[in-house]
Design a protein around this ligand. Structure first.
Ligand code: HEM
Ligand SMILES: *[C@@H]1O[C@H](CO)[C@@H](O)[C@H](O)[C@H]1NC(C)=O
Ligand SMILES: *[C@@H]1O[C@H](CO)[C@@H](O)[C@H](O)[C@H]1NC(C)=O
Ligand SMILES: *[C@@H]1O[C@H](CO)[C@@H](O)[C@H](O)[C@H]1NC(C)=O
Ligand SMILES: *[C@@H]1O[C@H](CO)[C@@H](O)[C@H](O)[C@H]1NC(C)=O
Ligand SMILES: *[C@@H]1O[C@H](CO)[C@@H](O)[C@H](O)[C@H]1NC(C)=O
Ligand SMILES: *[C@@H]1O[C@H](CO)[C@@H](O)[C@H](O)[C@H]1NC(C)=O
Ligand SMILES: *[C@@H]1O[C@H](CO)[C@@H](O)[C@H](O)[C@H]1NC(C)=O
Length: 356
């Protein structure tokens, strides 16, 4: 009897330990949808939307696998600064196309903007002008993940495009620098109501793509960051022999073009590229989450998909707000600043009048 009781105790305390050491209790696989978005938004207006995007990207990635990383990052930048409204795509945006004054650590690849415009054109041919550039960006990011070997999650749709781009100040406020520690990252993400689990899961986006020397040279000069593996450091110094060179290196040393959990394995081996990566395995608030993802890829996929859907709903424009752009790089002709067309305003007040 005593042995049954003690083994029961052992058993239940093991479960308790697992529950406590496991940073998640959330069984939900997707966050609740914000009003105005749905998984079936274009079901009747553009039934082939998702297959058009997937097919076109599949072809494009065959000649440029880096495009997948570039598209994923564009969606992140779009959502973090002023919401997922496609504003990052506008010519003149602080991190958008042809912005000469953008800090080097914000530079997004031109190929991504070109790909989004080309997707938009194909979609307009098939369905007319019904799909927003913001939705195309969200779907392209999902397919970039899925076609690189990652999870294939469902994307809520119905975003509309904004007509103003974010200021440089806002861009710098909402997009943390790669030299940030976890405290700074958490404060930055909190501005968008994202938490510590979102931080660690979304940082897993760095399992694909590249970074410029200027984004991590703070860890190479004047001397090796003591949190960086020696061999990794020596190799990075060959790529970046001095301050301010223009070379790049892979973000994930192990499997640079595959969307897997190896990024977290890198961190456990002190082979994270940016301070903002490596500190996730130093800070006690994030370290156990990193370990959890490094040992369980399915868990990472599940949490990454959850946080991507959450990120994809930040401050979205829906309903009659915003517009459906004819050119993802420019607001529609006739749109004056934030003032929407008279037609949009009348649709709104017409609805209100009908309620009397
Ligand atoms: C948590 C804060 C984050 C910081 C500080 C950060 C910082 C950076 C920096 C500095 C680069 C390299 C830029 C360059 O040198 O060219 C980069 C690249 C990248 N980031 Fe992040 N990032 C963060 C979050 C995210 C998130 C949430 C995602 C997506 C889920 C993401 C996806 C990417 C991808 C895919 C690349 C490679 C882009 C390419 O190859 O063109 N990052 N990030
Ligand atoms: C942008 O930020 C800088 C420094 O934080 C500040 O000096 C400047 O006035 C800001 N500009 C605008 C337009 O808010
Ligand atoms: C980008 O780099 C500049 C100059 O190195 C720095 O002042 C800025 O804080 C960085 N910003 C981001 C978002 O990385
Ligand atoms: C994180 O960085 C900020 C800004 O550089 C600094 O003030 C703070 O002390 C750092 N926190 C830790 C825990 O290192
Ligand atoms: C990096 O750039 C320097 C010059 O800026 C060049 O000499 C060197 O070969 C480059 N290294 C790699 C690995 O591309
Ligand atoms: C870094 O190089 C760029 C040109 O590649 C130059 O405009 C900039 O002034 C340099 N910055 C420093 C700090 O040397
Ligand atoms: C890994 O995570 C998945 C998804 O949460 C879970 O179902 C599975 O039990 C975990 N596997 C292990 C070995 O812990
Ligand atoms: C889209 O807008 C950009 C920015 O104004 C412009 O440079 C480009 O020529 C436009 N594309 C088309 C097809 O009109």
């Amino acid at each position: 009897m005593a042995s049954i009781t003690s083994s029961l105790f052992l058993f239940s305390s093991t479960i308790l330990f697992l529950l406590l050491s496991f940073p998640y209790s959330d069984a939900q696989t997707a966050p609740p949808l914000v009003t105005g978005l749905s998984y079936t938004f274009y079901k009747s207006t553009c039934p082939n939307l998702e297959s058009i995007i997937k097919t076109q990207l599949q072809t494009a990635f065959k000649t440029n696998i880096g495009l997948a990383a570039a598209l994923l990052r564009v969606h992140f930048h779009d959502c973090f600064v002023q919401g997922c409204d496609g504003s990052v795509l506008l010519d003149g945006s602080a991190s958008g196309p042809s912005e000469k004054s953008a800090p080097p650590n914000l530079t997004l690849r031109k190929a991504a903007f070109d790909a989004i415009n080309s997707l938009r054109d194909a979609i307009e041919k098939a369905c007319g002008r019904v799909v927003s550039c913001a939705d195309i960006t969200a779907l392209a990011a999902r397919d970039s993940v899925a076609l690189s070997g990652g999870p294939n999650y469902k994307v809520p749709l119905g975003r509309r495009d904004g007509a103003t781009f974010a200021t440089v100040n806002d861009t710098l406020k909402f997009l943390p620098s790669p030299t940030s520690n976890v405290s700074v990252l958490l404060s930055a993400l909190a501005l968008n109501n994202l938490d510590v689990n979102d931080l660690v899961a979304l940082s897993g986006g760095h399992t694909i793509g590249i970074g410029h020397c200027t984004s991590f040279e703070n860890r190479l000069f004047p001397a090796r960051d003591s949190n960086m593996d020696q061999t990794f450091f020596k190799n990075l110094r060959l790529t970046c022999p001095a301050l301010n060179t223009t070379n790049t290196t892979n973000l994930d040393l192990r499997t640079p073009n595959t969307f897997d959990n190896k990024y977290y394995v890198d961190l456990m081996n002190r082979q994270g590229l940016f301070t903002s990566d490596q500190d996730l395995y130093i800070d006690s608030r994030t370290k156990p989450i990193v370990t959890g993802f490094a040992v369980n890829q399915s868990l990472f996929y599940e949490k990454f998909a959850f946080s991507m859907v959450k990120m994809g709903m930040l401050k979205v424009l829906t309903g009659t707000s915003g517009q459906i752009r004819a050119n993802c790089s420019a607001k529609n002709p006739g749109t004056v600043g934030d003032a929407w067309s008279v037609v949009d305003l009348e649709v709104g007040s017409g609805g209100a009048a009908a309620a009397y």
